[in-house]
Design a protein around this ligand. Structure first.
Ligand code: FE2
Length: 380
């Protein structure tokens, strides 16, 4: 056997081994001013189910947390009981926003060690947390702004969610219909001017992700504003993090507006998959979720741009659903308006029909739609 060849092969295997194998999204935690009321929005408007709770009644003297689930999506809404803690500081600074993009792993200690060794700033040392249903191991590192990535190892836990949480079905609004949201597709971060490549390098070198796509200001600009974006994804392609930064334009971009109102970098939007966007969007609209609108001219040019699609174009036009095509297929998407008073976090509803991209062909129409909203808000 050729020893040198074997050695080379071995080295290659080590190189390509994923030092941070991520099983999936675990959950997304929002810090918010009034989790009890927000939980109603997610149930009534968005079709989530309230499934677990932690708070005073369960012995938690520090914070109340509500777990809301739809499909595989898990949102945790957390409100502090008192002012002298980091959660209150986070809310004062950012308003309601995403604190933690938690990822499920097989080994939370290794995830912590491997990323910290590569430069990640630690936020929580690997810690065993238990209750009568078993234990989890949790660790966390910092990412952009005040946002974290927790690593959750739950193979020894049989409870509903995390230790300390109890069944909340008695608190849940009864008779809420699912809106068809199935899983998290991607989560986008807005970072400060000049910081995109820093965070691209962080996801690349510290977390072992690779760069999927890159958009510069020529791709994403209108007459007035521009942004730059790079998409990072993990080894399995399940976890995708586009990172945006503002680019120079005549007026203030949506990214600048976000950074101004969030007071720093943070999660801009959460994209969630559906298998029937027309049904999902009409259901969400009926319940009061507000979406961006593109001009009707968008639909006159649609078939010429994306070719034949299964959906009825009039139906898409009625709901303002956008379409884009790439080499692998096409996708349908729609963006909500910000989901709180500060123009910061919003949702994307996406249905993928083969396409693996992010709707580049819609950027201009979408950006102009956002600018019309900014104009109304006086923040353009
Ligand atoms: Fe997106």
């Amino acid at each position: 056997m050729d020893t040198l060849a074997t050695e080379k092969k071995a080295v290659k295997a080590v190189d390509s081994a994923d030092f941070l194998p991520l099983k999936n999204w675990d959950h997304i935690e929002f810090y918010c001013g009034n989790a009890k009321q927000s939980a109603f929005y997610y149930q009534y408007a968005m079709g989530f189910k309230l499934t677990a709770y932690s708070g005073l009644e369960t012995g938690n003297r520090e914070r109340a947390s509500y777990l809301l689930e739809q499909g595989k999506i898990k949102f945790v809404l957390t409100t502090p009981y008192h002012p002298d803690n980091f959660i209150s500081d986070h809310i004062r600074q950012h308003g309601d926003g995403v604190r933690d993009i938690a990822l499920e792993v097989d080994d939370a200690e290794s995830a912590f060690n491997e990323t910290v060794k590569r430069g990640a700033v630690p936020a929580m040392e690997p810690t065993k947390i238990e209750d009568e249903n078993g234990f989890i191991i949790r660790s966390a590192i910092k990412t952009y702004g005040d946002t974290l990535h927790s690593f959750i190892q739950r193979n020894n836990y049989k409870g509903l969610f995390l230790p300390g949480f109890v069944d909340a079905s008695a608190k849940a609004v009864q008779g809420i219909k699912d809106a068809g949201l199935r899983s998290v597709d991607h989560m986008v971060g807005n970072v400060e001017l000049g910081k995109m490549n820093f965070w691209v390098k962080f996801y690349g070198e510290t977390m072992g992700f690779s760069q999927l796509l890159s958009f510069d200001d020529k791709d994403i600009s209108t007459e007035y504003t521009a942004l730059m974006s790079k998409v990072m994804q993990n080894g399995t392609g399940k976890i995708k993090f586009p990172i945006n930064e503002p680019a120079a334009g005549k007026k203030k971009s949506q990214i600048d507006e976000y950074l101004e109102f969030y007071h720093g970098a943070g999660c801009q939007h959460i994209a969630m998959n559906t298998t029937n966007i027309v049904e999902t969007v009409s259901e969400l609209k009926r319940r009061g979720v507000e979406f961006l609108r593109v001009p009707t001219t968008y639909y006159q040019e649609l078939e010429a741009r994306v070719g034949k699609i299964d959906e009825d174009v009039d139906e898409l036009a009625k709901h303002g659903i956008l379409v884009d095509r790439d080499d692998d297929g096409y996708l349908l998407q729609l963006f909500s308006k910000p989901i709180e008073d500060r123009p910061t976090v919003f949702f994307e509803i996406i249905q993928r029909k083969g396409a693996k991209s992010f709707g580049k062909g819609n950027f201009k129409a979408l950006f102009e739609a956002i600018e019309r909203e900014q104009e109304v808000r006086g923040t353009l």
